[in-house]
Design a protein around this ligand. Structure first.
Ligand code: C5P
Length: 290
C-alpha cells in the first residue's frame, strides 16, 4: 500500500500579463503551499480504479472517471510508461472544489508521486515535472510546493526561500467559481504589471514587509460574479483586518494571522453563516509520501 498527500496552495500574488495565442493567460504568481491536504491510498489491482470520500459541505460531487485529475495523471503514467498492471486508488478529499486552492492539481501531483513509487517507475523529479506540466498549469508547483514564483501559464516554477511559518484562515462561500469561466470573462483592462516582483524583492531583501505587496488581479472579476465575496471583502476592510486576499480564481478568501490563536479567532469572529472556514498554516512542502 502507498499513501501520499497533495497540499493545497494560496496565491500571495497573481498578476495577469496578457492573453496568449494558445488561449491561456500569461501570468506571474507567488504561490504558497498550506497544510490542508487530500490523501490518496493506493493498493495493488489489475484494474485502474478511483473511489473517494468527500467531506460534507466541502466538496461537491466529483467525477471518478477520466475527467478526475487523479485518473488523468494515472492514465498518463500508465500509457507513457507502458505499465501493465492497474491500481486501486482511494482519495480522502478535504480541499474544497472550485475554491482557488488548487485541489485538483494537488490530487494530480499526489497521484504522480504515489504511482511513481507504487509502480516502481523510477521517474526523476524532472520527468515527473514534465508529466505534471502536460496535465495542468499549477501541477508542477504542486509537486514541489513551498514558496515559488510561477510564470508562463503557471507551469514555470522558480523556487523561493521559505517564508517564516504564517497562519492562514480560509473562508469559502457555498458557491464556488470555475477557473475557466473567470479567465474567460477578463477584459484587456485587467492586464497590468502587478506586484509579484515587488513581493519577491521584499522577501529576498527583508527591506519591506512582503505581505504589503499581496494582490490578485482576478479578485475584482470574481467579486463581480459572486456578490457575497464582495460583501465579505468589504467587511474585512471595515474590520481593519490587515492582510487578506482571494486565492487563485476564487472563491476562497484567505486572511493571514500572526499566530494560531489569532487564526482561530478570525475563524470564530468572521466566518459568515453557511460558509466553510479552516485555520491552517503555510508549509514548505507540496505532495509527499506518507
Ligand atoms: O491548466 P488548467 O487546467 O489548470 O487551467 C484551467 C483553465 O483556466 C484553462 O482551461 C484556461 O481556461 C484557464 N487558464 C488560463 N490561463 C492560465 C491558467 C488557466 O486561461 N495561465
Amino acid at each position: 500500500m502507498t499513501v501520499v498527500i497533495g497540499r493545497a496552495k494560496i496565491n500571495l500574488t497573481l498578476d495577469l500579463l496578457g492573453k496568449r495565442d494558445d488561449g491561456y493567460h500569461e501570468l506571474m504568481s507567488v504561490m504558497q503551499s498550506i497544510d490542508l491536504f487530500d490523501r490518496l491510498i493506493i493498493r495493488p489491482s489489475s484494474e485502474l480504479s478511483l473511489g473517494m470520500s468527500l467531506r460534507s459541505g466541502v466538496s461537491k460531487w466529483l467525477p471518478q472517471d477520466e475527467r478526475n485529475d487523479v485518473m488523468r495523471a494515472a492514465h498518463l503514467l500508465h500509457k507513457q510508461c507502458g505499465v501493465s498492471c492497474g491500481a486501486e486508488i482511494f482519495m480522502e478529499k478535504f480541499i474544497p472544489t472550485q475554491a482557488g486552492l488548487g485541489g485538483g492539481s494537488a490530487d494530480a501531483a499526489a497521484a504522480l508521486i504515489g504511482l511513481n513509487k507504487h509502480w516502481k517507475l523510477g521517474l526523476s523529479d524532472e520527468e515527473l515535472r514534465d508529466f505534471a506540466a502536460q496535465l495542468g498549469s499549477d501541477i508542477p508547483f504542486n509537486l514541489r510546493g513551498g514558496t515559488a514564483l510561477c510564470r508562463g501559464r503557471g507551469e514555470i516554477v522558480q523556487p523561493l526561500p521559505p517564508l517564516p511559518p504564517v497562519y492562514v484562515t480560509l473562508f469559502k462561500p457555498p458557491r464556488g467559481l470555475s477557473t475557466s469561466r473567470i479567465f474567460s470573462t477578463l477584459n484587456i483592462s485587467d492586464f497590468e504589471e502587478g506586484t509579484s516582483l515587488k513581493f519577491v524583492d521584499a522577501l529576498l531583501s527583508e527591506d519591506a514587509c512582503m505581505f504589503d505587496f499581496m494582490s490578485n488581479q482576478l479578485q475584482e472579476t470574481a467579486c463581480n460574479e459572486l456578490p457575497e465575496l464582495f460583501e465579505f471583502t468589504r467587511r474585512l476592510r471595515d474590520e481593519g483586518v490587515p492582510w487578506w486576499q482571494m486565492s487563485g480564481s476564487g472563491s476562497t478568501i484567505f486572511v493571514l494571522a500572526k499566530d494560531k490563536e489569532q487564526a482561530l479567532r478570525y475563524r470564530k469572529d468572521l466566518a459568515p453563516l453557511y460558509w466553510w472556514s479552516f485555520a491552517t498554516k503555510t508549509s514548505d512542502k507540496g505532495a509527499e509520501l506518507r
